[in-house]
Design a protein around this ligand. Structure first.
Ligand code: PLP
Length: 461
């Protein structure tokens, strides 16, 4: 295969995240050029449906001029100012007010940052700060879940429960523990009901806290739907049971809304869809429809009071990024939230969800698909060698990754996750005919993959 000039220059210059850097030297990149609505085009002119909204983030699609105009207006007025040492600006104030208004828990203040990883990193720092302020210096451990994805900084990669984020990075760091995730298809015992399964998960959490000592456990963090871990949708009642345990031991509950926030699951926040009552949420991605990098954590009054106490003691809240509440990013986020409201994006997702979910349900009949799951406008299929026994393919065959490539040939960008799981999470503006076109492309990719699996005899145990 001959590589284009841009592909060759790329190979010689860039390190690509989440890429097999060695294999990539042979294939080179797909170089993207432009986008419109739910579609993007590469430099060869090939069109794709952006079936993962980039990285679960471009909620308003690829040519939302109002966002570009909001950025340009701010660039021309005040392209940068900051919020350190008592300085402020109108965009930061306005955006914080908007977030407080829609937050799924009583929110006193908003602390901005640049990404989902930074948001969760801030969460850890705040929890440690809080417990020092409250005279509980031993209460510092944080419980996350297997297959969680919370970011890639040293601390948030530690929260993440996926092996490649830990291996040879010498992670996780101390004080972070992982419990099992509510993934019934793989983790429930044969014959176990949802109720029994979620009882068992809550008991496991309780036992871990007891083992570690309740006065050493500070917080629990959870995505409403675990995205990068495989689009794992908890059964009804799971979070209620988990919260009961957290309340018993006075454990701070952080909802990572970085994917689920802003309509993805059919409510403004995943916390509302799943009846979660967090003390704080982390947001990023769709906060600005990913047009510019911005994230935030919400701060409840109790946390804020503890931060005030620390400021009185230390003399300063010693945290903040150069780009905390960057005015251009904030201006774009304000416009994004305005559009969500004026175009009733959450209502649109509720309207589209039955189409999306029923097309996923249909995929369950495909010979390759062991499990198909979806909620709102996020879903995945899990490809298996044997549907009856749920036996996985040998990972070396890369069946999921091959399906993703076949989808790309069909003009669909999806995401192959570990365990031969192929995910879809399209821009929230997607229309019914576009959803159907997206699934038609995925079905053709699954058929091609099935043909290849059969021809190569990849089902042999
Ligand atoms: N939390 C969740 C649930 C995510 O899905 C992601 C990224 O995919 C992150 C945190 C990290 O966000 P970022 O990549 O912006 O650092």
């Amino acid at each position: 295969m001959s590589l284009s000039n841009a592909q060759t220059r790329d190979i010689e210059t860039l390190i690509h995240p989440y890429t097999n850097l060695a294999a990539f030297r042979e294939t080179g990149p797909v170089v993207m050029e432009r986008g419109e609505g739910i579609y993007v085009w590469d430099t060869s002119g090939k069109q794709y449906i952006e079936g993962l909204a980039g990285l679960w983030c471009t909620s308003l699609g690829y040519n939302e001029h109002e966002l570009a105009d909001a950025a340009m207006a701010q660039f021309q007025t005040l392209p940068f100012t900051h919020t350190f040492a008592g300085k402020s600006h109108e965009r930061a104030i306005e955006l914080a007010e908007m977030i407080k208004e829609i937050s799924p828990h009583p929110t006193s203040k908003v602390l901005f940052c640049g990404s989902g990883s930074e948001a969760n990193d801030q969460q850890i720092k705040l929890v440690w700060y809080y417990n020092n302020a409250r005279g509980r210096p031993q209460k510092k451990k944080i419980i996350s879940r297997k297959r969680a994805y919370h970011g890639v900084t040293v601390a948030t990669a530690s929260l993440t429960g996926l092996a490649p984020n830990h291996m040879d990075f010498d992670l996780p760091i101390d004080r972070i523990h992982h419990v099992n995730c509510p993934f019934a298809y793989r983790e429930a015992e044969p014959g176990e009901t949802d109720d029994q399964f979620t009882d068992r998960l809550a008991a496991e959490l309780d036992a871990l806290i007891q083992r570690e000592g309740p006065d050493t456990v500070a917080a629990f963090i959870a995505e409403p739907i675990q995205g990068a871990g495989g689009v794992l949708i908890p059964a009804d009642g799971y979070f209620a049971k988990i919260q009961k345990v957290l309340d018993k031991y006075d454990i701070y509950f952080i909802a990572d809304e970085v994917i689920c926030g802003f309509g993805r699951t059919g409510s403004m926040f995943g916390s509302q869809t799943f009846g979660m009552k967090p003390h704080s949420i982390s947001i990023a991605k769709a906060l600005s429809s990913a047009y510019l990098p911005i994230g935030a954590v919400t701060v409840g009054e109790d946390m804020y009071q503890a931060m005030l106490d620390e400021s009185r003691k230390i003399g300063v809240f010693g945290h903040g990024f150069t780009y905390t509440a960057h005015p251009v990013c904030a201006a774009v986020a304000i416009k994004t939230l305005e559009i969500y409201k004026s175009r009733d994006i959450v209502g649109h997702v509720q309207h589209m969800a039955p189409v999306f979910e029923s097309r996923f349900a249909r995929l369950a009949d495909h010979p390759l698909v062991g499990n198909a799951r979806a909620k709102g406008l996020i879903g995945a299929v899990e490809l298996v060698a044997d549907k009856a026994t749920k036996r996985s393919f040998n990972p070396a065959y890369k069946v999921g990754a091959t399906c993703q490539l076949n989808a790309e040939s069909e003009g669909l960008l999806s995401r192959a996750l570990g365990g031969d799981i192929v995910a879809l999470c399209p821009p929230l503006i997607i229309q019914e005919d576009e959803i159907n076109e997206m699934f038609d492309r995925l079905e053709r990719a699954l058929d091609t993959t099935e043909h290849w699996v059969t021809k190569e005899g990849l089902r042999a145990a």
